[in-house]
Design a protein around this ligand. Structure first.
Ligand SMILES: *Cc1c(COP(=O)(O)O)cnc(C)c1O
Length: 447
């Protein structure tokens, strides 16, 4: 644990304890006490069990979208959690609700929305997308929701939950959507993913906006993974118009618990038009009494929500602003750089080939000294397992249709329907310096 975070947390908790006792002396009921020996035994067992995790903190872990939160975000979360505010009704946590509103205004501004918007934090990207699709259905009750085959599987699933018909749009090799094959009359909302979960691809928002506007179709951006990369829209990502057009969308989802340095339990949904708040309208016999002001629970499908999540994100954005040359910009630039570095090493290598050039910080690659797709899959799985067994590197696997694979790499004989390749998410800035070493470890792991 980061010493700085420990120090600040210790001090802040003392301060809160003093505040707690200012209401008069009290003590915890003995029914809640546990002996030191027992607690110590449990915590020592816990430490043993938690050590069975993969080393998400270490740059040798370049597998899934996983990393610990920033130590200071963790400290802010722990501090708020000692009070445990609930950001449902305002009286559940006035300061953390205020911080949530401030954070939402910050994020709305970051994505280019005006001051009049609607939005709140959620437990996850899944819940945030569910709300966005629910509003999509309420806005166009009889129409379909369209998304590409690279969209997160949650969209198809949530269409089923919401009993809305989903429509999968085909994509060409250059990444464009095959809109000619879609009947625009049937579609109410189209989902565009900026930073797909598989390979971090950026879908062509610039192609979709004029089409959607012409036909009165709403646009939902799923930027659960990629959203924070918008800080680099005028520099590293300036060749990708999608990032500069996000404010054109009707709703946006971003996950601060992915690239926002937060612990799990922090997604976010934003709506450009605050009048969608009408869909949330409900009365409650229990809540909303302390203030005429907007209670966040009035615009959220979830009831209890961790105020600590808002506090941690608020503190993080105070320390790491959403700027190109300060705060998030330099962090994400290193992540992008790590993926590019790995791609360049693969370009020069005889043993590893990149599946395609990375758009964000996720790279797909495979052992190249193979003749068939079945051999690529087999070798990829072997390397993946060897790294974990030897504790030298941790990757993830990714399955693609052999047809799509073959269009990019026609030199391999197709003898299977799909091919499994290796995949690395470089979501820690420490990956940038570590990539050359990681690459050599992987090459050494290929038999
Ligand atoms: C991760 C992700 C989701 C799901 O979000 P959770 O926070 O895991 O529930 C949805 N869409 C995209 C693009 C994602 O990357």
């Amino acid at each position: 644990m980061d010493k700085g975070a420990q120090k600040f947390l210790g001090k802040a908790l003392d301060d809160l304890t003093a505040w707690g006792t200012s209401f008069g002396a009290w003590s915890q009921d003995p029914v809640l006490s546990v002996s030191d020996e027992r607690a110590e035994a449990v915590f020592s067992r816990l430490a043993q069990r938690l050590k069975c995790n993969y080393p998400f903190h270490h740059p040798a872990y370049a597998g899934q979208m996983l990393k610990p939160p920033h130590p200071l975000a963790w400290a802010a979360y722990a501090m708020a959690m000692s009070i445990n505010p609930n950001n449902h009704a305002l009286d559940g946590g006035p300061p953390s609700s205020e911080m949530e509103k401030e954070v939402m205004a910050d994020l709305a501004g970051f994505f280019g929305y005006g001051e009049d918007f609607l939005g709140h934090l959620t437990a996850s990207g899944t819940i945030a997308n569910l709300e966005a699709l629910w509003v999509a259905r309420q806005s166009h009750p009889k129409k379909k929701i369209a998304y590409s085959g690279n969209a997160h599987y949650t969209h198809e699933r949530m269409c089923s939950v919401l009993k809305v018909e989903g429509h999968k749009i085909a994509i060409s090799d250059d990444g464009s959507f095959d809109l000619d094959a879609v009947d625009p009359e049937e579609i109410g909302t189209i989902v565009v993913t900026l930073g797909t979960t598989g390979l971090g691809e950026v879908e062509p928002l610039d192609q979709i906006i004029p089409w959607a506007k012409e036909h009165g179709i709403r646009i939902h951006i799923d930027a659960a993974y990629g959203g924070f990369f918008r800080v680099l829209k005028d520099s590293d990502l300036s060749n990708e118009p999608a990032w500069s057009l996000m404010q054109e969308a009707d709703s946006i989802v971003v996950d601060p618990h992915k690239h926002g340095l937060q612990p799990y339990g922090c997604g976010c949904v934003l709506f450009k038009d605050p009048s969608v708040g009408k869909f949330y309208k409900h009365d409650s016999p229990y809540t909303y009494f302390t203030s005429e002001e907007l209670h966040l629970g009035e615009i959220s499908l979830e009831c209890s929500r961790a105020g600590a999540a808002a506090v941690a994100l608020w503190a993080t954005l105070e320390m790491f602003p959403l700027k190109e040359d300060e705060g998030f910009g330099p962090i994400l630039r290193k992540c992008l750089g790590a993926a590019k570095r790995m791609y360049q090493l693969a370009e020069l290598s005889k043993k590893i080939k990149a599946y395609k050039e990375p758009e964000l910080d996720i790279l797909g690659y495979f052992p190249s000294e193979c003749e068939t797709t079945s051999k690529i899959s087999q070798k990829s799985k072997e390397v993946f397992e060897k790294g974990m067994r030897d504790r030298t590197f941790y990757l993830s696997l990714y399955k693609i249709s052999s047809e799509a694979f073959s269009r990019r790499h026609p030199e391999y004989k197709v003898d299977t329907e799909s091919v499994t390749i290796l995949r690395s998410v470089f979501m820690k800035p420490e990956h940038y310096d570590f990539v050359p070493q990681l690459f050599h470890r992987i090459v050494d792991g290929i038999s």
